[in-house]
Design a protein around this ligand. Structure first.
Ligand code: SAM
Length: 221
C-alpha cells in the first residue's frame, strides 16, 4: 500500500472519532442490505396475515438509520451500540416515531459492546458496517452468539470487510478473505453475497481501498 494511503492511527475502532463519523453520515438512507432482507420477509408473508411483532436486532446501530427503517416497517427492535452519542442521536431521530416505540416497548436501546453483548432469539440480525470493528480475538465468540440468536428461517443482513481493504492493517479490526466470509454462513443460504472492491473515500474523506462483502443470508430451517 502506498505510504500516503496508510490509515491514520485514530481510525482504530477503540479510538475512532465516532462523533465526527455520525456528523458526516447524518441523514443517510437505510442500508441496501437491510432493505433487501426486509423485502424478502415481505415476500414470504402470507396474504392477509401480517405476522405480529417480528424482532430485529440492530447490532452496531450507530445513530440508527436502520433502526428507524425497522420501526417505520413495524418491526420490534433491539438496537445495540457501545457509543452513547450514537444512541443519544437515535433517541432524538425525527424520521420515525422513536419516542412512541420506546414508550410502548417496540424499541429497546442497549449500550453494550460486542464483547459483553447478549443476543436474544431474533428473526433478523442486522449489522451494517459494524462487525469489522469487533477486535479479531473476540470475533469468533461474537459470531457464535449471532448464529445462535437467529431463528431458523431468520436472516442476517450486513457487511464484512475483506482482506484487501485498506483498514485490514489496523490491529483491532476484523477482516476476512472471501472464503472465510462465505464459511461463516455454513448454516445459511446466501441470498446476496456481493463482493465490492474499489478505490474511494471513507466517510471522513480519507483515501480508502474498499473491499467489502455485502451479505443477506437466510438461516436454514
Ligand atoms: C460504521 S458505524 C455503522 C453504524 C450503523 N450501523 C450504520 O450503518 O450507519 C459502526 C458502529 O459500530 C459501533 N461499534 C464499534 N465498535 C463496537 C463495539 N466493540 N461494540 C459495540 N459497538 C461498536 C460504533 O459505535 C458505530 O456506531
Amino acid at each position: 500500500m502506498p505510504q500516503d494511503s496508510k490509515p491514520p492511527a485514530w481510525q482504530a475502532a477503540e479510538t475512532r472519532d465516532w462523533i465526527a463519523y455520525y456528523d458526516r453520515v447524518a441523514g443517510g438512507e437505510p442500508r441496501e442490505t437491510l432493505k433487501l432482507a426486509l423485502g424478502k420477509f415481505d415476500d414470504e408473508r402470507e396474504p392477509g396475515r401480517s405476522r405480529p411483532g417480528p424482532l430485529a436486532i440492530d447490532l452496531g446501530c450507530g445513530d440508527g438509520r436502520d433502526t428507524a427503517e425497522l420501526i417505520r416497517r413495524n418491526w420490534r427492535v433491539l438496537a445495540i451500540d457501545d457509543h452513547p452519542e450514537g444512541l443519544r442521536r437515535l433517541r432524538e431521530r425525527s424520521d420515525a416515531d422513536i419516542k412512541a416505540a420506546l414508550a410502548d416497548g417496540r424499541l429497546e436501546i442497549r449500550e453494550q459492546s460486542f464483547v459483553q453483548v447478549e443476543l436474544p432469539a431474533c428473526d433478523l440480525l442486522n449489522a451494517s458496517f459494524a462487525l469489522p470493528f469487533c477486535p479479531p480475538e473476540q470475533f469468533a465468540a461474537l459470531w457464535v452468539k449471532i448464529v445462535r440468536a437467529i431463528e431458523p428461517a431468520g436472516r442476517f443482513a450486513g457487511q464484512l470487510f475483506g482482506d484487501r481493504d485498506s483498514w485490514s492493517i489496523i490491529e483491532d479490526r476484523t477482516h476476512h478473505t472471501r472464503d472465510q466470509a462465505i464459511a461463516l454462513f455454513d448454516d445459511f443460504i446466501l441470498e446476496r453475497f456481493n463482493e465490492e472492491e474499489r478505490d474511494g473515500e471513507d466517510a471522513m474523506s480519507n483515501h480508502k481501498h474498499w473491499h467489502v462483502f455485502h451479505v443477506v443470508a437466510r438461516k436454514r430451517s
